[in-house]
Design a protein around this ligand. Structure first.
Ligand SMILES: Nc1nc2c(ncn2[C@@H]2O[C@H](COP(=O)(O)OP(=O)(O)O)[C@@H](O)[C@H]2O)c(=O)[nH]1
Ligand SMILES: [Mg+2]
Length: 347
């Protein structure tokens, strides 16, 4: 069965960049991946795009034809896509049963918080066999301000309740977080959303009139107990790998054996089956419950990399890249001289 991600989040939160990053990562890992652009206003798509909603309808078409502004036209485009779902379905079918698809959504937040079209399209995809997770990107710089952080929490909660999918909230661009001022708490306070009462002081001093309202909102968010965040720096391989593991768990993709995994003993060999339909040789529960280890899988390591010791880590990584570059150059020189020697001998 096909797996996929509904990549949503406000404009500029890094959705298209994330899709391109994931496309490159999966190519390097030899995993199948396809990106579908569902943003009719996406003029410069960074990734190779298998299906583009712009070939069905563009924002400009909707604005010109119906005299709508950009926001209204965007909603119209999504309603048009919903009404013409078979257009999308036909193209998705061509990608096969083993596909892994990223759906790059437009940034209008109402699409993932209260408008019905995306929700209905998601329901149709699930009905046709897709295993989906919502990946909701929020710009990490919002956590540097208590009231902005509260609004991000509200937005994330609303998207979770609306889309009704396995849901992964992500603080994107965490590599830039120090540019926006100091954090009042460690990063794990913001990602784990355990005790928001610590924000009361900051909230009351920034806007005393709304202190009671802010406290009520905090207790509402805590009452649901649903919101938490992963972090992402798209150019950091470890960060992308960690997020990949979290999303694989959310979609259930973690149970799919890789295409070169051995066939479990006692089962019939059938190489024609896509790997998502073959039996898994690994213990299901140990896969599901296993800890997700990796250099950036703990938020305290993320804090050290991007907040506490950012400059030292930047310098270390630059030195590593330089060394890697030198090794590649030396290897190329060696190969050249061997080739030259071979050429001289044959003369
Ligand atoms: N430093 C940094 N910049 C990022 C990251 N992700 C996205 N960006 C930048 O954020 C801007 C908006 O990204 P884009 O993918 O177009 O956002 P979208 O509107 O949500 O699709 C672009 O300039 C990206 O280069 C990240 O992880 N780190
Ligand atoms: Mg985009």
């Amino acid at each position: 069965m096909p797996f996929g991600e509904i990549v949503c989040g406000s404009p500029g939160s890094g959705k298209s960049t994330y899709c391109y990053g994931k496309y490159q990562l999966f190519n390097a890992l030899n995993r199948p991946i396809t990106v579908v652009n569902l943003d009719p206003a996406n003029d410069s798509i960074p990734y190779p795009c298998a299906i583009d909603v712009s070939s069905l309808i563009t924002l400009q078409d909707a604005m010109d034809e119906h005299g709508l502004g950009p926001n209204g036209a965007m909603l119209y485009c999504m309603e048009y896509l919903e009404a013409n779902y078979d257009w999308l379905e036909d193209r998705l079918k061509e990608l096969g049963k083993d596909a892994y698809i990223l759906f790059d959504l437009p940034g209008q937040v109402e699409l993932s918080t209260n408008h019905e079209s995306v929700k209905n399209i998601v329901a149709k995809l699930e009905k046709s066999g897709f295993r989906l997770a919502a990946v909701h990107l929020c710009d990490a710089h919002y956590v540097t301000d208590a009231s902005k952080y509260i609004s991000v929490l509200m937005l994330s909660l609303r998207a979770m309740l609306h889309l009704e999918l396995p849901h992964v909230n992500v603080l994107s661009k965490v590599d830039l977080i120090t540019q926006y001022g100091d954090l009042d708490f460690n990063l794990d306070f913001y990602t784990e959303v355990q005790d928001l009462s610590h924000l009361e002081n900051a909230l009351s001093s920034a806007s005393p009139r709304f202190a009671a309202l802010n406290i009520a909102i905090c207790s509402l968010i805590e009452g649901f107990g649903l919101v938490g965040f992963e972090t992402l720096a798209v150019e950091d391989k470890e960060s992308m790998l960690h997020l990949m593991r979290v999303i694989d768990k959310a979609t259930g993709c973690v149970f799919v054996p890789s295409s070169d995994a051995p066939q479990p003993e006692g089962t019939m060999e059938d190489d024609s089956l896509p790997s998502s339909q073959r039996p898994n040789a690994f213990g299901l529960f140990s896969t599901a419950l296993s800890e997700m280890r990796g250099p950036r899988s703990d938020v305290r390591d993320v804090q050290e990399r991007w907040v506490d010791a950012k400059d030292e880590w930047d310098a270390y990584e630059r030195a590593q890249w330089r060394r890697e570059g030198q090794l590649v150059q030396e290897e190329a020189k060696k190969k050249n001289s061997i080739r030259q020697r071979g050429g001289d001998q044959s003369k």
